[in-house]
Design a protein around this ligand. Sequence first.
Ligand code: HEC
Ligand code: HEC
Length: 197
Amino acid sequence: MNYKRRLQGIMIAGSVALAGPVFAETPSAAMLGNTCAGCHGTHGNSQGPATPTIAGVSSEYFIDAMMGYKNGDRAATIMDRIAKGYTDEEIKLMAEFFSTQKMERPEQKVDAALAKKGMKMHEKYCEKCHADGGRSTEDDAGMLAGQWTPYLHFTMSDFMSGKREMPKKMKKKVEELQAKGGDAAIEALIHYYGSQK
Ligand code: HEC
Ligand code: HEC
């Protein structure tokens, strides 16, 4: 990202965080989505590793996430402030927009041996809800395949510390996995998701 675009991103983030953008007319989904591009990239494909890609997530997952940020149920560093600037209707519009964008998976450095180990664990503990190697959106469980690994790291640690609530059945599987493989097992899984193109 060049300097000008980054600055734009920061300025957008600032205005969004304060009050939400003000539009003269009813904004289109794409217009609303543009205000997210400073951090989540063009059409939701993030270029920065701590910000998740949101292109191609299911619209239900998107709405759940935004409502969770808005009402304080979901842990956030910044999205809580941003989500408060949007009405439920605008969130629905943006959900339509982002869920129909194509996800572009970034090149990431991963350890191939760890990724292979992670694949086996994924199949045993996670595939049931994160189908097709974590790329299916059918269960509204977010996008794991090709997601930025730094984002996955901090998300998994939020889950495990209880800062972000895990779905009950997922919690059971994560605990089983941890009992067996500890943090190394989680690390392997993250390499697996990051390895996917
Ligand atoms: C200043 C940077 C920034 C801006 C602007 C921003 N986001 Fe985010 N977004 C983040 C970060 C960082 C996270 C991870 C959660 C957190 O730490 O707040 C995130 C997480 C999300 C998630 C959850 C993704 C997942 O995989 O669970 C959604 C959905 C989302 N943002 C939507 C939006 C939308 C829609 C906009 C525009 C209205 C927007 N974001 C603007 C930084 C930003
Ligand atoms: C019983 C179903 C189920 C199982 C099993 C499951 N998950 Fe999940 N997972 C979910 C659901 C539902 C969500 C969305 C939760 C939310 O909205 O906060 C989710 C969300 C996530 C997220 C957050 C995605 C994001 O973009 O922020 C990660 C990471 C994750 N799961 C990893 C795993 C891993 C690793 C395993 C295996 C050890 C696993 N899950 C097993 C249902 C499951």
